[in-house]
Design a protein around this ligand. Structure first.
Ligand code: DGL
Length: 268
């Protein structure tokens, strides 16, 4: 049985987990989120690198994982080189899908919706230079949207008017939107409602799932559901707020939260 560790600051990585799980249900998943230091889009680079490396290597070793997915654009755009040095297994990062958006855009006007940290990263600007030549890429970095997705999974509806206000600068301007934060596919329908216009919405989930299948040398035609092991979720602090996610997690076939318990590791 193959084991995959999926990591994010919060529930965003679940959008990626859902895509991978749909393609590869025969794998055991260990989902970990660092809610003690959420949101990552507001965190300084050193803390983010330290925490991601620490949590991911800990769980990868504990489970003897076959592969790790950093299901967080904010972390992937800065942490992959150091993490890959520490692990011998493949590390798949999730970064904004600029290239497919540039290919699909008719008007060559693209919106990148991400966290404040991701829109500022040198890595992101390199992606734009490399893959969106000839396109105008307009960026919105929003932590509020990340919080909305978190709340949605705790049962609170998204305020469409507030969302429309955040997306206002793009109204009638972009024809394609890159969801450059893994939280945003969780509120994709709401984003479409708020925009009130036809747009292509592009995220990295399906491409990541295919990449994982390729690296694990698995395909979905060899499923043996009889030996599927229980998936597990870890939070960096099992607060009542984190535990409130259990309903959503159970629906996604993830077993309830366990505490990573880092007394030595303060959040900020
Ligand atoms: N889900 C994350 C991302 O893909 C980070 C959100 C946050 O914690 O700010 O960027």
């Amino acid at each position: 049985m193959k084991k995959v560790v999926i990591f994010d600051s919060g529930v965003g990585g679940l959008s990626v987990y859902q895509e991978i799980h749909a393609l590869l249900p025969q794998v055991q998943y260990i989902y970990a989120f660092d809610n003690a230091a959420f949101p990552y889009g507001e965190l300084d680079d050193t803390t983010l690198i330290k925490r991601t490396n620490h949590i991911v290597t800990l769980l990868a070793n504990q489970y003897q994982a076959d592969l790790v997915v950093i299901a967080c654009n904010t972390a992937s755009t800065i942490v992959l080189p150091s993490l890959r040095q520490q692990l011998t297994i493949p590390v798949v990062g999730v970064v904004p899908a600029i290239k497919p958006a540039a290919l699909v855009s008719q008007t060559k006007s693209i919106g990148l919706l991400a966290t404040p940290a991701t829109v500022n990263r040198a890595y992101t600007h390199q992606l734009v230079q490399q893959f969106a030549n000839g396109c105008e890429v307009k960026m919105i970095g929003s932590t509020r949207l990340v919080e909305m997705a978190e709340q949605k999974l705790r049962g609170k509806p998204v305020d469409i008017e507030e969302l429309a206000e955040i997306l206002m600068p793009w109204q009638g301007i972009v024809d394609s939107i890159v969801l450059g934060c893994t939280h945003f596919p969780l509120i994709k329908q709401e984003i479409l409602l708020a925009l009130k216009q036809q747009v292509n919405i592009i995220d990295s989930g399906k491409a990541i799932a295919k990449r994982v299948a390729l690296l694990l040398e698995l395909s979905n035609d060899v499923i043996t559901t009889s030996n599927v092991m229980k998936n597990v979720t870890y939070s960096s602090a099992a607060t009542s707020d984190a535990v409130a996610l259990n309903k959503s997690l159970n629906k996604m076939q993830l077993d309830i939260i366990q505490d990573l318990n880092y007394p030595h590791f303060s959040a900020h």
